[in-house]
Write a protein that binds this ligand. Sequence first.
Ligand code: SAM
Ligand code: DTB
Ligand code: SF4
Length: 336
Amino acid sequence: MQHSSDIRHDWTKEEVLRLFSLPFNDLLFEAQGVHRKHFNANEVQISTLLSIKTGGCAEDCSYCPQAAQYDTGVKASKLMCKDDVMAEAQKAKAAGASRFCMGAAWRSPQDRDLENVAGIIEGVKSLGMETCATLGMLTPAQALRLKEAGLDYYNHNLDTSEEFYPNVITTRTYQDRLDTLSNVRDAGMNVCCGGIVGMGEGQTDRAELLRTLANLPEHPQSVPVNLLVQVKGTPLAGTEELDMFDFVRAIAVARIMMPKSFVRLSAGREAMNEQMQALCFLAGANSIFYGEKLLTTPNPGTNEDMKLFDKLGLKPLQLVQEEHVHAAEAGVAHAA
Ligand code: SAM
Ligand code: DTB
Ligand code: SF4
């Protein structure tokens, strides 16, 4: 199929729908082909999540166990202190994670909070890990402050299509989200942006979400595809389950449309067997969240994940240490 491996920002709705309606084997074959042009197909980036400020959130995201207005049993807590966060990051590093992602249940951070988070980021960065944070909406100045503190990635999801969005969230607009993404991009940080499937949306909504992501001025460097974790007490608990092949299709289409981005098989792995996760890797997913917990809900254990990696011959992506890069550069210079 022409253009399929190009970096494009002009996808039409029809083109994306056509990808979704390909026979499953044709779609997976194409996605795996695109994947192999840009990545080592047996390497998976692993990130560990930590909720550094849990619950009590004023927003009404109808999937979220941390919204104060839903009775989900999540207890609200204050921002964690730097030492405790660093201890968790150290553990994640020892377990093999290359990136540490910190989440806070805020609509947007207060400037005072942001200073505390900036200190935490500096600490985690000093451990030699990549850093990621998801703190809600950011102003341009806040984005610059986080960049200055050493933040490598900012996660802010579009969650779904613009059309389906008002069924899910009413306390902030789609445009608010696009504005934050543009502030993050302008500050020079890597963007981690994706969405959630299985919220009762249709195939066209999934197609439109991916089209919006791919048609941004730059493809997000990281694209998390979350399967809704249904949490009792949230309005979306009890939603009809998505057919898992449609989940795999969403991964494959994301891979084809954003060939150089890391596509993350994100929330929802607890509900997937090994074979389903293997299909997601075949469809071009090359990143996971690693560690027993996502933010507030369970995730497969690290032993389980390492067993699966062994069975499939997958290897965690190692960060290229700066010293090695410098040494290699020096070597090249000598040789020349
Ligand atoms: N409060 C910040 C915000 O919403 O921007 C950051 C944290 S928020 C929990 C980060 C993302 O987690 C959400 O945008 C959503 O995509 C995802 N998420 C939250 N609850 C989820 C669930 N039950 N299932 C799947 N993904 C979920
Ligand atoms: C993302 O796209 N998924 C992660 C991360 N970014 C912050 C969050 C998933 C949360 C699942 C529900 C919970 O554990 O609270
Ligand atoms: Fe708050 Fe984020 Fe949950 Fe929405 S997704 S309720 S903003 S913590």
